[in-house]
Design a protein around this ligand. Structure first.
Ligand SMILES: *[C@@H]1O[C@H](CO)[C@@H](O)[C@H](O)[C@H]1NC(C)=O
Ligand SMILES: [Cu+2]
Length: 247
């Protein structure tokens, strides 16, 4: 283990994290291999930073401007933390395998959907290169992917890498949209996480339509603006349809 420069600074930041109580992906399991996520309250304090497959994030707080570059991979560009900066390594996973995202304790108040995109690398990920592989909003009994199901499942959300996806390097962009203040805009809280992977297998499928981040969501997109307290109707999941060609 690399040594911590400042235990005290880390401890006080961890305390702050609990006070604000939002969240991020702290661990990801690709098939059967577990990878620790980028831990914003301890990784920066190591003299030799641990190498992660998840791109750096500024903390456990949200991105609230859906038109900002920060919405891509979770950054705080005003504070000099560009979430889209490449991570040093990537994980390996077979097409068709399960990916488990392990979120830090998610606040019950933060209701909203969970959506997962991928982009094939290398590419300029500010272009329209993203396709959606999974989404989960509100079910017919009013239970949300986050927080209801996520909390019941001990912070784990699972997806599958499309089984016929062409092998190669990709970025997974997994996110929660917290809607507790989204009756107006700004209000939605975006919690994206970008994970670098190499997909193995013999598939040949690739999607043909793509969206960009920023771009896929606008301040007037249904589902970006949504009143969770009074709207008992179906939740309109924002972004494109899920690409099913890889299954
Ligand atoms: C999620 O990650 C944390 C931190 O590594 C770990 O303590 C916890 O057991 C993990 N949760 C599950 C359900 O594996
Ligand atoms: Cu919060």
């Amino acid at each position: 283990m690399p040594s911590l420069i400042s235990i005290a600074a880390t401890a006080s930041l961890l305390f702050a994290a609990q006070v604000y109580a939002h969240g991020y992906v702290q661990e990801v399991t690709l098939g059967s291999t577990k990878y620790t996520g980028y831990l914003p309250y301890s990784d920066p304090y190591y003299s030799t930073p641990p190498q992660r497959i998840i791109r750096k994030i500024p903390g456990n707080g949200p991105v609230e401007d859906v038109t900002s570059i920060d919405v891509q991979c979770n950054g705080w560009s005003a504070g000099g933390v560009v979430g889209s900066a490449p991570a040093p390594i990537y994980g390996t996973v077979a097409a068709g395998a399960t990916v488990n995202f392990n979120w830090t304790e998610w606040p019950e108040s933060h209701a909203g959907p969970m959506l997962t995109y991928m982009a094939r690398a290398p590419s300029d990920i500010t272009n329209a290169v993203w396709f959606k592989i999974d989404q989960s909003g509100k079910d017919s009994s009013g239970r949300w992917a986050a927080a209801d199901k996520l909390v019941a499942n001990k912070g784990i959300y699972s997806i599958k890498i499309p089984a016929k996806l062409k092998p190669g390097q990709y970025i997974i962009r997994h996110e929660i949209l917290a809607l507790h203040a989204a009756w107006t805009y700004p209000g939605v809280q975006v919690y994206p996480s970008c994970i670098q992977i190499e997909v193995t297998g013999s598939g040949t499928a690739l999607p043909t339509s793509f969206v960009s981040f920023p771009g896929a969501y606008t301040p007037t997109t249904p589902g970006i603006v949504y009143d969770v307290y009074t709207n008992t109707g179906e939740y309109p999941l924002p972004g494109p349809a899920v690409w099913t060609g890889g299954n």
